[in-house]
Ligand binder design. Structure first.
Ligand SMILES: Cc1cc2nc3c(=O)[nH]c(=O)nc-3n(C[C@H](O)[C@H](O)[C@H](O)COP(=O)(O)OP(=O)(O)OC[C@H]3O[C@@H](n4cnc5c(N)ncnc54)[C@H](O)[C@@H]3O)c2cc1C
Length: 394
């Protein structure tokens, strides 16, 4: 079978398409195989951190995304008694061209990237094409595609597995996905209810710490997403009922009535990292490589950081400006960063909201009050510190 002079990508999610966009930008021909019949339009990630926006800017995607999103210059921690601490991204204006969080649904990014890529001769996408098996030799990667029951074998030079949490590429490569699943599930209630009219000093990204009923409020254009942890004992049926959502929302706004629920999303939460992000000519990126709880919005962001790190190297190797060994730095940098920063910070964020550390509120107040500590904290939560650490690793 002839080897196509292309990089193959499994998955047209935010990570697969960001990887495609960066390769195409460097003149590398790409074919994306997407299992679905169209791009996924589910309501999932909605937070873009400052350095992710800096990267998307290089792909020409930041400005259109910002135009369709909501800029959150501050975020806040509260307890029942009121605000504990407020953080303003202006404190890290020297470290990013986008000193704010952008609240916008991830499907807007995939649409923007896909529309721009569709104009490029180096880009091809094949929908309804699930990468089911992967084999390789020293010169090429051979994938078996499942297209509605019929199979086809294709060969390309490299493969990026950006095929999400249940990655077939990861399974086919035999890479262990070590970690654990939290016993509680998370419920997201999306509502256009105007929280500003009833919660004093609210900002568009607000975390409310409490031992059992902690939750957070995220505003996206025209909607709020309110996220709650759910005890194991609650059945899926009960959790997605209107009565159950009402009982949770009454804890957010006492006496709330006659508000609209646009939709509810119930999901399991994992903390897992693949044992390796590279096997020969195949790589894992995004949810295929790592999963974490959504506190701090690091899943998709970390995945886009993977995509940009990997494809900058791959483009260099493709164009002959970088030696092949450079590709090993992808696994070294991104896997370590995922373990050191993304997993650690997201678990810490969850513990803080659960009030696991009784000194949490006092420490957070001190951090917010001290400019240097506040700046370091912002660099960590915005993921800039993790990217600086990756660069140090060489
Ligand atoms: C409710 C919810 C809220 C979230 N909120 C946030 C947040 O605020 N911030 C954040 O950073 N993250 C958040 N996340 C996580 C975020 O959605 C993921 O990290 C992100 O989607 C990962 O992108 P990805 O491209 O790696 O994978 P995906 O978005 O899962 O895309 C994978 C793509 O691959 C396709 N595919 C699957 N298998 C195959 C195959 N074998 N062959 C070809 N194609 C295949 C799928 O159809 C899909 O299109 C949230 C997740 C959920 C569920």
């Amino acid at each position: 079978m002839p080897v196509e002079e292309r990089v193959f990508i499994a998955g047209a999610g935010p990570v697969g398409l960001a990887a495609a966009a960066n390769l195409v930008r460097h003149g590398v021909p790409v074919t994306v195989f997407e299992a679905g019949a169209a791009l996924n339009e589910e309501s999932r990630a909605s937070t873009f951190h400052p350095p992710t926006l800096d990267m998307l800017d290089e792909l020409g995607a930041a400005a259109p995304l910002i135009a369709q999103g909501l800029i959150a210059p501050r975020f806040q921690y509260r307890m029942r008694e009121g605000v504990i601490a407020d953080f303003d991204f202006a404190g890290i204006a020297g470290a990013t061209r986008h000193p704010f969080r952008l609240q916008s649904e991830q499907f807007k990014l995939t649409r923007i990237l896909h529309e721009a890529l569709a104009q490029k001769p180096e880009f091809r996408i094949e929908f309804g094409s699930r990468v089911a098996e992967v084999e390789q030799d020293g010169a090429a990667v051979h994938v078996t595609l499942d297209r509605n029951g019929s199979t086809e074998r294709r060969s390309g030079r490299w493969l990026i597995g950006a095929d999400g949490a249940r990655s077939d590429v990861r399974r086919a490569l035999g890479v262990e996905f070590a970690g654990f699943t939290w016993p509680e599930r998370f419920l997201v209630v999306s509502t256009p209810f105007d929280f500003y009219s009833v919660v004093t000093d609210l900002v568009s990204v607000t975390y409310i710490a409490a031992p059992v009923r902690w939750h957070f409020l995220l505003e996206i254009p025209g909607m709020w997403r309110v996220m709650f942890p759910l005890a194991e004992a609650v059945s899926d049926e009960e959790a997605t009922s209107r009565a159950f959502a009402d009982s949770l929302m009454a804890g957010v706004v006492p006496g709330i009535m006659n508000y609209e629920i646009a939709h509810t999303t119930l999901y399991k939460v994992h903390q897992r990292v693949a044992k390796s992000f590279r096997v020969g000519r195949a790589f894992l990126a995004g949810d295929a490589a790592h999963l974490n709880n959504p506190l701090g919005g690091m899943g998709m962001n970390g995945g886009i950081h993977d995509a940009m790190n990997l494809t900058a190297r791959l483009a260099g190797v493709w164009n002959g400006s970088t030696p092949g060994q450079d590709l090993d730095h992808y696994d070294r940098q991104r896997r370590l960063i995922t373990l050191e920063h993304i997993e650690t910070q997201s678990i810490q964020n969850k513990r803080n909201l659960e009030c696991a550390n009784p000194d949490f509120a006092a420490e957070l107040r001190q951090t917010a009050a001290d400019p240097q500590r506040g700046r370091d904290y912002l660099l960590r939560v915005s993921m800039i510190a993790s990217l600086r650490r990756a660069a140090e690793l060489g």
